[in-house]
Design a protein. Structure first.
Length: 369
């Protein structure tokens, strides 16, 4: 590298060794004629470029995490030498563009906590994007699919090019009788068609007729319900990315004509209006002193609207989800398996996903200020 003076002359040069997937640093000394004189104010007194090491993310950001990801083609095969860039993020990030290894893996460290969207570009120029949530002192994983690589049909073959860019959604449904609208329990609900591969699950309704599906691609999904006494019914639900959608399935006993005669069309327009009145919380439970995740912590909620009659447990990484919460102010509490307790408040927006962290402490231990 060379530094040129105002007349185009070389006033300094240096050599730097660049490592793969790393940030390298270099210092270039310039000739005395272009450096501040000894009797002039130093760098601390004038607007002179700093000579020290540039500040890292950890110097300016308190809560940071890391991302480990993989870039694959439409068939799931890894893509090497793909360049990663940040499309949008929760704060400042290092001015580097990591490149995937031969197995498609890459990593980004010291990213501020929040949602990040990355773009991958393979050597041929095809691109793909995906979003990931970064948590404090944690490693988040993601996969970026480039649909134009590894498939013969591509976007022109009927595969939407923007599908990998969309967030997954959730579906909450209720199965009721077509004649009297009473809820039906112990009904098996199956997905018979949709815009992507269906989850390998078939939920059974509770005694109030409720069931749920998670991680569904946005689009129209076709459902079929089979009751314990021969009741059958079907419905189509529209799933929005990053939101909780709702559907009602009417079931009846008898032949197909009887079922069709007693069924009323699903209120699609009403469902679309109702979808925006609920919110979802994605959170993580960590120890207040070490930041380590806490598994099997029971989460409860109180606040705007009726509280769900469930208490989800955090997984091994401390993650948990809460669906169907009304917009407004909520207080979420966590109780760990060893009595650790903590809580935090969050304001939920209609139809949105909120991300929170609950820090817990052992009972009897005074909270640090």
């Amino acid at each position: 590298m060379q530094v040129e003076g105002p007349l185009g002359e070389t006033v300094g040069e240096a050599v730097v060794h660049v490592l793969n997937d790393a940030l390298s640093e270099v210092t270039i000394e310039v000739a005395a004629a272009f450096a501040p004189a000894s009797d002039q104010p130093g760098p601390s007194d004038v607007d002179w470029p700093p000579r020290g090491r540039p500040p890292s993310m950890s110097d300016t950001t308190t809560f940071v995490g890391s991302i480990r990801g993989r870039v694959v083609g439409a068939g799931g095969s890894p893509i090497g030498d793909a360049t990663l860039t940040v499309v949008a993020g929760a704060g400042q990030f290092a001015d580097i563009a990591p490149v995937t290894d031969q197995d498609g893996w890459f990593a980004l460290d010291n990213l501020p906590v929040g949602r990040w969207r990355l773009r991958a570009m393979e050597p041929g120029g095809a691109t793909g994007e995906a979003a990931v949530e970064v948590f404090e002192n944690a490693l988040s994983e993601m996969t970026i699919e480039i649909p134009d690589v590894g498939s013969n049909d591509g976007p022109a073959g009927g595969r939407p090019a923007e599908r990998p860019h969309e967030l997954a959604g959730s579906l909450r449904g209720n199965v009721i009788r077509a004649d009297n609208h009473e809820p039906v329990g112990r009904v098996t609900v199956m997905i018979v068609g949709g815009p992507a591969a269906a989850p390998d699950v078939a939920p059974v309704t509770d005694r109030d007729g409720w069931f749920a599906f998670d991680d569904l691609a946005p689009g129209d999904w076709h459902l079929r319900a089979d009751g314990p006494n021969g009741e059958t019914g079907d419905a189509t639900a529209h799933v929005e990315g990053g939101a909780l959608s709702e559907v009602t399935i009417l079931v009846a006993r008898g032949d197909a004509d009887e079922v069709l005669a007693t069924r009323t069309p699903p209120p699609r327009t009403a469902n679309k209006r109702r979808r925006v009145v609920t919110s979802r919380v994605r959170g993580r439970v960590v120890r207040a002193d070490t930041g380590e995740p806490v598994a099997d912590a029971a989460i409860t909620a109180s606040g705007s609207g009726a509280a769900p009659d469930i208490a989800p447990l955090s997984n091994e990484e401390g993650l948990f989800f809460f669906d169907g919460l009304a917009p407004g102010q909520w207080q979420l509490s966590a109780l760990g398996p060893r009595g650790e307790a903590g809580q935090t408040g969050v304001k939920l927006e209609a139809g949105a996903i909120a991300n929170i962290v609950i820090r817990v402490e052992a009972r009897g231990r005074p909270r640090r200020r």
